[in-house]
Every structure is written in structure tokens, then in C-alpha cells.
Design a protein around this ligand. Structure first.
Ligand code: PEP
Ligand code: MN
Length: 337
């Protein structure tokens, strides 16, 4: 339930309303913008008598929230959320461009790629240290050594690090070493992991599950936010459909849908959607045109020898030329890179 509070309501009256709601067993999510002031009620609202609230002159309107997600709901927070990472913003006018290899493979590899993507205009370095592979016989990542190498690349370039957390027992190291904790598609509904990252104060990049609906994605964001961490960035990375030509089907419509339903920033990962490097530029253009707040792109200096996802990785020079096009396109839609 949402209480829209009248502009200019005295503090004492506001506090009375809040106190009453807490007494009735709800917790309050307050959001104040230039033209609105709302109290979002989370919890069991059945004890609340709507007629008594309607009788209160300081309550302008009462809205019943139909959706099961509350804190992630735009009704609770009408303005776009902007997540700040190391002086950079995700969800504002500037686009977040996260680029880097699927897996961190060596010091030389990650530093070279980090330098190249920075030169081309990327503002975050992505790289997997713990890899969720379909086969247990495939490369599983350099693990903690991978995190150390990412830190070296950050020292070299200043780019903040985005890396995937797979298990709750690694969380302390991720809090120390990583700027944005990625929750991968395969763990989107690992609810215990979501609760764990919800108890940190790190920005979380939450990828859409392989076959998850938009509502399920928003419910996973809600798990994180319900624990107190509201710095969530959503990522559309393609979903399973009957189509087999592409690795996944990029659900472009997820962006306007999520923007309507939620205030959280949403980025697109065209690399995992397409599975083919030559399609990444077209899908990136579509992502910017449709209103995404950023991109996650896999880049590798030697894709044919990459330890994972080489087929979908752009070479640094292709990434750089794509970025030139994307900068123009971003300007055309009122965004910047
Ligand atoms: C990745 O980013 O390398 C990755 C494994 O992505 P996803 O979880 O979207 O498959
Ligand atoms: Mn990958």
C-alpha cells in the first residue's frame, strides 16, 4: 500500500501517521521527490482501515500495490534510482559501459584488455574469477587469483571492477576486492545468496535468469532490497526461447517494461544474448535506442584462444570502433558515453 502525503504536511502530523502504521505492523519505505512524498508500506497491511486513512487530510491518496514486489516498485520510488560506484553513476544520463573478458586468464591478459577498453571509453572492467560453467570439465576460473589480477588491472587503469559471486562463503573477499558484485543468470533465484548480498552495502548487478520472467527478476531484486541493500542494477542478458540461432533471445522489450514497473537501472548484455561477436554491435545500438542505462560487453584480445565465451567476444579494435558509433547514438537519444 502507498500513502501519498500532501505537500507541506507538518512533520508532527507525518510522524503521527508513520507511528500508527508501524504500530499496525508495517515497515515504511519513505520516498521524497521534488513533486511527491510517498510512504510505501511493506508487510501485512490487513490491519489497516483504509477509511481511517482516507479521513486524514494529510493523506492525499491511497494506492493498493498489486505487484508482489514493493521496494523495487516504481510506485514506492517514482524517480529513477541512480547507483553510484566510485564516483561513477549508473542510471543517470551517462551510460555505464562494462567491458572485459568473460574470464580473467592471466595478468598480461587482463591488464592489456583493461587498458584497451578504457582507451575506447568503457567506464567499468568486467571479468569473471569464479565461472559458472555448464560442464564441470570446463575452465572454472582463476578464483581468488583472478580477483587479485582484477585489482592489479584497477590499479593500472582506475576502472572499477564488476565480477560474479557464486557462493556466499566468498563474500568477504568480494566486499574487499570488487566494486560491483555480479549475480549471474544461473543464480538469479539462489535466494540465500540474494539475502547475503542484500546484507552488504555493495552495488549488485543482478542478471536475469535463463528462463525468468520480468516479475521473477524484480522479485529477486526485492530479496536483495528487503535486506536493506537498495543499490541494485538489473541486467537483461537474453532468455531461453524456441529460437536456436542465437545463444539466447535478447528481450529488448524488457527494458521499457522494467522502466515502467521499477525505478532500478537496467543494462543490457548483448554478448551472452547473441553468443556471436558480430551481432554485438547491432544489439548494443538497439539497447541504447530502447533506453538501457548501460551495456555489458565481452572483450578479448585473442578470442579464438579464450578460455570461455570466445565466440561472443569482441576484439579490442572492434570494441573501439563500436564505441565510436555508440557515442553518437547515445547523444542522439539524450545520453552520454
Ligand atoms: C558472465 O557474465 O560471464 C556470465 C556467466 O553471464 P550470465 O550469468 O548472464 O550467463
Ligand atoms: Mn561469459
Amino acid at each position: 500500500m502507498i500513502l501519498v502525503i500532501r505537500q507541506g504536511t507538518p512533520e508532527t502530523e507525518l510522524n503521527k501517521i508513520k507511528k500508527k502504521m508501524v504500530e499496525l505492523g508495517c515497515s515504511i519505505n519513505e520516498s521524497i521527490g521534488t513533486n511527491y512524498h510517498v510512504l510505501g508500506l511493506v508487510g501485512d497491511t490487513s490491519a489497516i482501515d483504509p477509511n481511517l486513512l482516507k479521513a486524514n487530510v494529510y493523506v492525499e491518496r491511497l494506492i493498493r500495490v498489486q505487484e508482489p514486489y514493493k521496494k523495487a516498485n516504481r510506485l514506492f520510488h517514482p524517480e529513477d534510482t541512480i547507483v553510484s560506484v566510485d564516483g561513477r553513476e549508473i542510471g543517470g544520463k551517462g551510460l555505464a559501459i562494462m567491458a572485459g573478458p568473460c574470464s580473467v586468464e592471466s595478468e598480461e591478459q587482463i591488464i592489456e584488455i583493461a587498458r584497451e577498453i578504457k582507451k575506447a571509453g568503457a567506464n567499468f572492467l568486467r571479468g569473471g574469477a569464479f565461472k559458472p560453467r555448464t560442464s564441470p570439465y570446463s575452465f572454472q576460473g582463476l578464483m581468488y587469483e583472478g580477483l587479485d589480477l582484477l585489482k592489479l588491472a584497477k590499479q593500472e587503469t582506475g576502472l572499477p571492477i564488476v565480477s560474479e559471486l557464486m557462493a556466499a562463503n566468498h563474500i568477504e573477499r568480494f566486499i574487499e576486492d570488487v566494486d560491483v558484485i555480479q549475480i549471474g543468470a544461473r543464480n538469479m533465484q539462489n535466494f540465500d545468496l540474494l539475502k547475503e548480498v542484500g546484507r552488504t552495502n555493495k552495488p549488485i548487478l543482478l542478471k536475469r535468469g535463463l528462463s525468468a520472467t520480468i516479475e521473477e527478476l524484480l522479485m529477486s531484486a526485492e530479496y536483495i532490497m528487503a535486506e536493506g541493500n537498495e543499490q541494485v542494477i538489473l541486467c537483461e542478458r537474453g532468455i531461453r526461447t524456441f529460437e536456436t540461432y542465437t545463444r539466447n533471445t535478447l528481450d529488448i522489450s524488457a527494458v521499457p517494461a522494467i522502466k515502467k514497473l521499477s525505478h532500478l537501472p537496467v543494462i543490457i548484455d548483448p554478448s551472452h544474448a547473441a553468443g556471436m561477436w558480430w551481432m554485438v554491435e547491432s544489439l548494443s545500438r538497439a539497447a541504447i535506442a530502447v533506453g538501457a542505462d548501460g551495456l555489458m560487453i565481452e572483450v578479448h584480445s585473442d578470442p579464438s584462444n579464450a578460455k570461455s565465451d570466445g565466440a561472443q567476444s569482441l576484439k579490442p579494435d572492434n570494441f573501439a570502433s563500436m564505441m565510436e558509433t555508440l557515442k553518437e547514438l547515445a547523444n542522439a537519444v539524450g545520453r552520454t558515453i
